[in-house]
Design a binder for this molecule. Structure first.
Ligand SMILES: Nc1ncnc2c1ncn2[C@@H]1O[C@H](COP(=O)(O)OP(=O)(O)OP(=O)(O)O)[C@@H](O)[C@H]1O
Ligand SMILES: [Mg+2]
Length: 248
């Protein structure tokens, strides 16, 4: 008889390619408060993994651990073939992971153009800035119209577009998007999700943190549901009955 395989058989629907991002039995705490318990999850290259769960379930904490803002107290985090749980956030960003944090993530006192320029200068160097600006305005004409507007005075949806414009011009390997749709009108949410699909189509994997399930499931390949800091479900986005029982 042949030896037992040393790796687990992947769940149906998941391919066997190495994950782009992987949590291995991660715990994380804020001081004495433990927020994540033995969390294991994976984001496949180029795929969208939706991270779902109730308020306080630990979704943002997972995003912070992935991007290096919170250090795990146990377990390992791997990204693109390397271990990252001891790296500083800027090193993780440089390795190709972009974090679109909860809320409005623009520099409120700078103009639209200055916001874009800052990001492009960091990602592409000074010589790449002008071409990148042209591309951003082509993708988001409204940002072109409002290039001189102070970003803090943009509407909520426009501020999300500004964050996404930078990501789209220089697509990262992984976008960690935390509650992009929070507080936006449905029509703007639709637009944000169209942008996410375009980012995914450009080859970027997405870890999509969402409290509202409908849009997330529509774009997701895989789903992880957190309850009280633990993984309650992990698998394909098509097992709606399974997923639903953890979200009620
Ligand atoms: N800086 C912090 N200090 C102490 N506790 C924190 C801190 N940040 C988060 N927590 C706690 O950790 C738990 C998980 O929080 P987290 O922000 O990850 O939840 P979430 O799933 O993103 O929730 P939401 O859907 O409301 O954004 C919560 O109980 C929260 O109160
Ligand atoms: Mg959150």
């Amino acid at each position: 008889m042949s030896e037992a395989p040393t790796t687990e058989t992947p769940p149906p629907g998941l391919d066997t390619a190495a994950p782009l991002l992987e949590f291995r039995t991660v715990d994380a705490s804020y001081g004495p408060f433990r927020a994540l318990f033995d969390v294991s999850l994976a984001v496949r290259p180029g795929a969208v993994t939706a991270l779902l769960g109730a308020n306080g379930a630990g979704k943002t904490t997972v995003a912070r651990v992935a991007t290096g803002l919170v250090r795990p107290t146990k377990g390992e985090v791997w990204f693109d073939g390397g271990r990252i749980d001891t790296l500083r956030p800027y090193r993780i960003a440089r390795a190709g992971m972009v974090h679109a944090p909860e809320g409005r993530s623009v520099f409120a006192s700078l103009t639209v153009r200055e916001n874009l320029e800052l990001g492009f200068r960091r990602d592409l160097g000074a010589s790449g800035v002008n071409a990148a600006l042209d591309r951003a305005y082509e993708l988001f004409p409204r940002m072109g119209e409002r290039s001189k507007q102070i970003a803090g005075t943009l509407s909520g949806g426009e501020q999300r577009m500004l964050s996404l414009a930078r990501v789209m011009v220089h697509p990262p390997k992984l976008l960690v998007a935390d509650e992009l749709s929070l507080g936006l009108a449905p029509i703007v949410v639709d637009e944000v999700y169209r942008n996410l699909a375009a980012i995914r189509d450009a080859g970027t994997a997405i870890l999509l943190v969402e409290q509202y399930v409908g849009h997330a499931l529509a774009i997701a390949d895989d789903v992880v549901v957190l309850t009280h800091g633990s993984v309650a479900y992990s698998g394909p986005a098509t097992d709606l009955d399974d997923i639903a029982q953890y979200l009620l």
